[in-house]
Design a protein. Structure first.
Length: 208
């Protein structure tokens, strides 16, 4: 990595258990170096929490990976969601109706089959966003980016925190400089129809 002239980026995608496997790979790299070897970290879906936890510990790579290992070793489904009494079939039907209505120009506020408040608690317990932004301002990391899907938009949105960042537009996706917080991680991790959509400003977002 030392011979690479440009910034080294880490991309942590979702896929449920894949986010847990990411920790194993990161642990291997952390055995080679104490210092975070990445200048830009991006995350989506379940990978968004991994990305944010690593970023808040920058430049201490080992500490960040140890924190992630603790989270995933002790994680249970009760820390992610609560099953609602609403019948699953009816919940799916309502979700599909809302999705179709959104396609006709209406704002989509998708309800979920499960209560995701435990996931929000997990995020707030493990993230110190003030610490994260201090790390970014001090230059220990160039940027942290979290991707989510806007349910009433024809593109994905990447929310970015860092120094001197500018908005960008690409086919099917946009980048929005912002001060990241727990709602961005919750939105990126909220699976469609399973978890409620998350409101950020005037739009509703879900799994990135």
């Amino acid at each position: 990595m030392s011979s690479h002239k440009g910034p080294v980026s880490l991309v942590l995608s979702g896929g449920g258990a894949r986010a847990a496997y990411q920790v194993g790979v990161l642990k291997y790299f952390a055995e080679q170096t104490d210092h975070l070897p990445f200048q830009i970290i991006t995350g989506s879906s379940a990978g968004s929490l991994n990305a944010a936890v690593l970023a808040q510990h920058a430049p201490d790579f080992k500490q960040g990976v140890a924190h992630l290992e603790e989270i995933w070793t002790n994680l249970t489904t009760q820390q992610v969601y609560i099953a609602k009494a609403l019948p699953l079939t009816w919940g799916l039907i309502k979700g599909l109706i809302q999705f179709l209505r959104a396609g006709k120009g209406r704002k989509l506020r998708q309800r979920g089959l499960f209560d995701s408040s435990p996931l929000m608690d997990l995020i707030t317990r493990n993230m110190d966003f003030e610490k994260l932004h201090n790390k970014l301002e001090e230059g220990h990391l160039r940027a942290l980016a979290i991707t989510a899907t806007g349910y009433s938009m024809p593109f994905t949105t990447t929310f970015c925190s860092g120094n001197s960042l500018r908005a960008w537009i690409r086919p099917g996706r946009v980048g929005v400089p912002t001060r990241l917080g727990p709602l961005h991680l919750l939105a990126s991790s909220s699976l469609p129809f399973l978890f409620p959509a998350v409101r950020i400003h005037e739009a509703y977002f879900g799994d990135g």
